[in-house]
Design a protein around this ligand. Structure first.
Ligand SMILES: [Zn+2]
Length: 253
């Protein structure tokens, strides 16, 4: 059994029906999926989706792209909903920089506080912004507060992978790992302790090999698992057992 810990299939413009997503997932051995919000509205939809379908769960939060609109009702949504398993995706994105950096930082801090207050894990999105991210993260830890979570869709270097692991974060491995050419990055996916790996599709984005060009879907998490098994010379079974146990323990699902 496999779990897709990060997808956006709840969005209204996602082109594949849940019936089809679900039957493909079942065939591929993917039994659970976490629908991740990126704005207040998208978070609301993720909760509705998770309430409607048994094997789906919701993560809610405002993505750095949308930070300019503030966190709105996220706090309220968090206090009213038991189907929410994480805060996310939240973080800093200086690659696109759709929101000003100071606003991204402020909105990240507000949402980290909410997660700590609810004792929920966090799904982090950090792109080309680790130099500003680590001081924020570490300020909570040096205050004696505990942050649990995952660095979603990891595409950075070995040094930042090491920093994630030193801080107890899981590393989200997605379709990117199946087509990355850079040797240092390839080695990261080979070497992260299995006890710290979570699988994710980020559907509809980042479709793994051999389905490049198609719309991504949770069933394809199997391709990522197969790729990792080959890369690390272990069985598919070993990858499945470890990553599923990790997802269950982090998200309590
Ligand atoms: Zn995402």
């Amino acid at each position: 059994m496999l779990i897709d810990t990060h997808c956006h299939i709840h969005e209204p413009d996602y082109p594949i029906s849940f019936d089809e997503v679900n039957s493909n997932s079942t065939k591929a051995g993917v039994e659970k999926m976490i629908c991740v919000g990126t704005s207040v509205e998208s978070s609301r939809l993720a909760i509705d989706f998770a309430n409607k379908y048994d094997n789906t769960y919701a993560a809610i939060g405002v993505h750095p792209h949308d930070a300019k609109d503030g966190c709105g009702d996220i706090r309220k949504l968090l206090s009213n909903n038991s189907s929410v398993v994480a805060v996310g995706e939240i973080g800093l994105d200086y690659y696109y920089e759709y929101s000003p950096r100071d606003v991204q930082k402020a909105v990240l801090r507000q949402q980290i506080q909410m997660a700590i207050g609810k004792d929920l894990p966090i799904i982090f999105h950090v792109r080309e912004a680790f130099d500003d991210f680590w001081p924020i993260f570490d300020s909570y830890v040096s205050n004696g507060q505990r942050i649990r979570g995952v660095m979603h869709c990891f595409t950075d270097n070995a040094e930042n992978a090491k920093k994630c692991l030193e801080r107890g974060l899981y590393i989200g491995v997605g379709g990117f790992s199946t087509f990355v050419k850079d040797e240092e990055q390839k080695n990261i996916f080979k070497d992260i302790p299995l006890a710290k790996v979570l699988l994710e599709t980020d559907a509809p984005f980042l479709t793994p090999v051999p389905f490049r060009g198609k719309i991504n879907q949770p069933a394809f998490v199997r391709e990522i698992a197969v790729y990792l098994a080959n890369l690390r010379r272990v069985s598919l079974e070993e990858i499945s057992v470890a990553t599923t146990a990790n997802a269950r323990s982090l998200f309590n699902i």
